[in-house]
Design a binder for this molecule. Sequence first.
Ligand SMILES: [Zn+2]
Length: 71
Amino acid sequence: MENSMQKKCFLCSSSIDDGICFLKGILCSECEKKIVASSGEEERYTDYMEKIKQVWRGSLSQDSEVRPGIR
Ligand SMILES: [Zn+2]
């Protein structure tokens, strides 16, 4: 079965054709820049990481039946 769903940035949910594989999700270049730029500031970086974890957990429970890309 092929999944032709459009990829979405898991941080800002904007549709993207080609994103950066980050952990198990796709990250748009804008959010990648934000994270990279914030990596020098621990507070903001931690904030992003918390968001990522929340989204990630949500998508993990949804994807547990499908598990795309996992072999
Ligand atoms: Zn994004």
